[in-house]
Design a binder for this molecule. Structure first.
Ligand SMILES: [Zn+2]
Length: 286
């Protein structure tokens, strides 16, 4: 696996955004969940938190930043219900009560759809208000447009800072690697919607910021459509076999991927040898 880019625990990304890592580095979470403190005044927006098991370390960082900024959190926005984004919501709310009792913090997220097959309901562990598509959440120094962006999860929200053209993409687009999804059609529609938003930069749910969003979003769309075509081809080739299961399709896909990887490896090997030949001939001449 490619080595991940090093990210500091706390980074000021722009005049009104500070990134605080969730201290939950891992195979699925990359450098850890990115949480973003947004705004310039004493009432800020926080986008996402971290996992429950990493809450103590994360809260220390967040508390330090809030003290330095002389600020508290008025709006806590959750991009989606996955445990690495909302596992520390209660810890954040408890910490906020110790620094300011006057300002009430509101947690916001979209609801999951009734056909959502995932049984875990971690969002029921705290009180939250329902986001609306195109709603605006504003604090001093920052205005965020709420965008409903399902696909990775049925309740997924992204947030667009229209003035700076910064898109907080949650797990729809990652800073490194590619994101997984629950619903391909919804996911492709979301990616196309993001393309239309024309962000200048993406601040993702995991990994470094993305400076060339258009290329990356197009890459995601092409990659996903290619995978869909692979599945359709397998179904077509096996049309006579009525008992083709999901596992059969996965097995077929992985066989194709392994053969393709082997092909790339051999191609690279051949090219290296060719490079070596050119190098040797060059040396023979001088
Ligand atoms: Zn997720």
């Amino acid at each position: 696996m490619k080595k991940l880019t090093h990210l500091p625990l706390i980074t000021r990304l722009s005049k009104n955004v500070i990134r605080i890592l969730g201290c939950n580095k891992g195979f699925m979470t990359l450098q850890g969940t990115n949480s973003y403190l947004v705004g310039t005044g004493n009432r800020r927006i926080l986008i996402d938190t971290t996992e429950k098991k990493n809450a103590n370390d994360y809260i220390k960082l967040l508390h330090r930043v809030l003290e330095e900024e002389k600020a508290t959190i008025e709006h806590l926005l959750i991009t989606h219900w996955h445990f690495d984004h909302l596992g520390a919501v209660n810890s954040v709310l408890n910490m906020l009560k110790t620094i300011n009792t006057e300002i009430k913090s509101t947690v916001w997220k979209f609801s999951r759809t009734p056909n959502d097959k995932n049984s875990r309901n971690m969002e029921n562990l705290f009180e939250w208000k329902q986001l609306r598509d195109k709603q605006i959440i504003e604090v001093e120094g920052a205005k965020l447009d709420v965008e409903y962006t399902p696909g990775h999860a049925t309740d997924h929200a992204s947030f667009m800072m229209e003035d700076e053209k910064i898109l907080f993409s949650g797990d729809c687009i990652l800073g490194e690697g590619t994101a997984v999804f629950e619903d391909l059609n919804a996911y492709i529609a979301t990616l196309k919607k993001m393309l239309m938003m024309k962000p200048k930069v993406i601040y993702p749910g995991h990994g470094p910021i993305i400076e060339n969003p258009e290329n990356i979003i197009n890459f995601y769309i092409e990659n996903r459509l290619k995978r869909e075509n692979d599945i359709l081809n397998i179904l077509e080739q096996n049309a006579k076999n009525n008992t083709l299961s999901e596992l059969d399709i996965v097995n077929h896909l992985y066989t194709v991927m392994i053969i393709f990887s082997l092909y790339l490896y051999l191609l690279e090997y051949k090219m290296c040898n060719r490079k070596f030949d050119v190098f040797r001939k060059f040396h023979q001449r001088i």
